[in-house]
Design a binder for this molecule. Structure first.
Ligand code: AMP
Ligand code: GLY
Length: 431
């Protein structure tokens, strides 16, 4: 099987690694990839949000399957363009990707499908915004309706801050969604969908805030782990039954079947499971840990989803190991990101038993050295028999990597590894 993978982050490097390990994959191509992906795939330069260009490349390399990683190309209709020329594609149409592309649309679908979520108020002017904030009270949850790379949300007890964030979104021509605050820890559950059938992966948790103890701004994600020893028994079945399947059914009823990953971002609240958000793709960095435990070869699963044959597959197989991913971020992230710093020690990191290193914001400079080229630079993944062991592997490997001015969280999976249940969203720290 020849596969074209679209994207250039550590999530795509994790996908490339899993696809590379699948004996059915004979050729792996990536657009545009990064130096890490380049060790496993042939890299092609193309505008990854340009559906016509991606479809042409897929035809050119005679791809049997195209896998789209990030949300931007999905929302831009890249999967539609590839599907139109008859090549199977793993990733939703632009219309189905609106589950991620518009929070207001996602809320409408959840309401129609009776999926439990935080009550929303959609605001297009300052008066509605003020009324919604007054109605729900603190803690305030203020969201940009559109794509904001995980950074469009403010959770705060401060009315002035909440109002200012909402006003900034409105001033920029956007729409604001105000929500009821959800208490309780978050879970990410990725469901592979073929338009009808839903196959859940293993649940994971990510760490969105920049610093230890959930201090600092929201980021794209600073680390993740799986499994979740504190999660209630039967959680996966419950989420498939009450969230993923009804949503996939509703999208089918609307004539916009969902093919790809339905990312269920959930809060385990005191009143039960609630959807925080949907995404239309694999999560980053959770995927780095989730795929490291998947034993079923990945390509066959993604192709079956793209071809509407998921019901033919047996249940997915998983390693009993735990996996912990720690993100190494560049100087200044998330407010800014310094590029061009030399990265050392990645081979030494991978020499740690159970560790591997995935590239995100990396590049090769003119001298052929690996340098930083973005906010989240590397994902360091550690596997071990327990979360504590996996943490040790990940942090031992990370300690061997040099990147001037970089930072990382030291508490990824710490509470869970000590048998504690993590806390929920903490108000404060504007995004
Ligand atoms: P989102 O972009 O919708 O995933 O929101 C980013 C983060 O903001 C989430 O991961 C939560 O930590 C927090 N958040 C979003 N919505 C809520 C809510 N209704 N209640 C509490 N926290 C929330
Ligand atoms: N892990 C958060 C995201 O992928 O949006």
């Amino acid at each position: 099987m020849k596969i074209l993978l679209v994207g250039n982050g550590a999530r795509e490097h994790a996908l490339a690694r899993a696809l590379h390990l699948d004996p059915a994959v004979t050729e792996l191509h990536a657009a545009n990839g990064n130096p890490g992906i380049g060790r496993l795939a042939t890299l092609h330069t193309v505008d990854q949000n340009d559906g016509i260009a991606v479809a042409a490349l897929a035809a050119n390399v005679k791809a049997d399957l195209v896998v789209v990683g990030p949300e931007a190309p999905l929302v831009a209709g890249v999967a539609d363009a590839v599907r139109e020329i008859g090549i199977p594609v793993f990733g939703p149409s632009a219309e189905a990707a609106l589950l991620e592309g518009s929070k207001a649309f996602a809320k409408e679908v959840m309401e129609a499908a009776q999926v439990p979520t935080a009550a929303p108020r959609v605001c297009r002017d300052a008066a509605t915004l003020a009324a919604a904030l007054a109605e729900f009270g603190a803690p305030y949850v203020v969201k940009d309706d559109g794509l904001a790379a995980g950074k469009g949300v403010v959770v705060t007890n401060d009315l002035t801050e909440a109002t200012a964030h909402g006003a900034a979104i409105l001033d920029a021509g956007g729409t604001v969604v105000i929500e009821e605050f959800l208490d309780g820890p978050e879970v990410s559950l990725f469901c592979i969908c073929d338009g009808r059938t839903v196959k859940p992966l293993q649940p994971a948790q990510d760490f969105k805030r920049a610093y230890d103890g959930d201090a600092g701004l929201n980021t794209g994600g600073m680390g993740a782990y799986t499994p979740l020893p504190w999660a209630p028994e039967g959680l996966v079945d419950e989420v498939v039954r009450t969230v993923a399947q009804p949503t996939v059914d509703e999208m089918g009823r609307r004539g916009t079947p969902f093919v790809g990953v339905l990312y269920c971002g959930l809060a385990m609240t005191s009143r039960g499971v609630r959807v925080v958000e949907f995404n239309a793709r694999f999560g980053d960095p959770e995927t780095q840990s989730v795929l490291s435990r998947l034993e079923t070869p990945l390509a066959g699963v993604l192709l079956a989803a793209a071809e509407g044959r998921l019901h033919e597959l047996p249940d997915l197989e998983w390693s009993d190991d735990a996996s912990v991913t720690v993100v190494l971020a560049s100087h200044g992230y998330p407010e800014s990101a310094r590029s061009g710093d030399v990265i050392t020690g990645t081979d030494e990191a991978e020499a740690v038993e159970g560790a591997h290193v995935l590239h995100a914001g990396t590049a090769l400079n003119d001298a052929g050295e690996l340098v930083s080229a973005g906010g989240r630079v590397l994902s360091v993944v550690g596997r071990g028999a327990t979360l504590a062991a996996a943490r040790e592997v990940a942090y031992e490997a990370l300690g061997r990597i040099g990147l001037e001015g970089s930072h990382h969280r030291s508490d990824i999976a710490l509470a869970a590894s000590e048998g504690r249940t993590p806390t929920g969203a903490i108000p404060g720290g504007a995004a």
